[in-house]
Design a protein around this ligand. Structure first.
Ligand code: GAR
Length: 195
């Protein structure tokens, strides 16, 4: 049985597209059952719709607080009965209640070699720190921001003359390979969350 996967996005959705493409392979252990966005204008929603995947968008701005937004988001997700939820450029911080409800089933891709460079502007952070290597991480999501147990990482060199854009582009190529590989590991039961 393929695992049912929902993907949460806020924008472009290139990692979402990489997961959708990987899941087309007959032997991939997961199927993408829905795309949720907190941003009704997210470009990725239209891409998913073209692919025939269910989408739902609820602006967080329409809710008075995080608990009410997350209750609505949970209802949308429950309708898809996901086994796994992938954050793919989902730019809202999730509450401890949400993270705990989906513990072990909720994963994220972050554009740095965690625990280095948490938060935003990771490529600028890497350049400012003068590191020789940068990359991306897929990890379980826990209540602390970018703090959950690591599942997989991919590395790229930082090259002389790099800008945040050139570095971001080099990392993104690796993100699009790493995320499908890490999701497959979780879907096959090769990696498990232990709190
Ligand atoms: C990706 O680089 C992802 O790693 C990053 O946002 C980008 C989304 O691009 N995520 C974070 O920074 C999460 N803190 P995409 O919408 O094209 O996948």
């Amino acid at each position: 049985m393929k695992k049912r996967v929902a993907i949460l996005i806020s924008g472009r959705g290139s990692n979402m597209s990489a997961l959708i493409a990987a899941a087309r392979a007959p032997d991939y252990p997961a199927e993408i059952v829905g795309i949720f966005s907190n941003n009704p204008d997210a470009a990725g929603l239209a891409v998913a719709a073209v692919d025939g995947i269910a989408t739902a968008a609820l602006s967080h701005k329409a809710y008075p607080d995080k608990p009410s937004f997350e209750a609505a988001m949970n209802a949308a997700l429950d309708a898809w009965q996901p086994d796994i939820i992938c954050l793919a450029g989902f730019m809202r911080l999730l509450s401890a209640d949400f993270c705990n409800r989906w513990a072990g089933k909720l994963i994220n891709i972050h554009p740095s070699l965690l625990p280095l460079h948490k938060g935003l502007h990771t490529h600028e952070q890497a350049l400012a720190a003068g590191v020789a290597e940068h990359g991306c991480t897929v990890h379980f999501v826990t209540p602390g921001m970018d703090e959950g147990p690591l599942i997989a990482q991919a590395r790229v060199p930082v090259l002389p003359g790099d800008t945040s854009d050139s570095l971001a582009a080099r990392v993104l190529v690796e993100e699009h390979k790493l995320y499908p590989a890490a999701l497959a590991m979780l879907a096959r039961g090769e990696v498990r969350f232990a709190s």
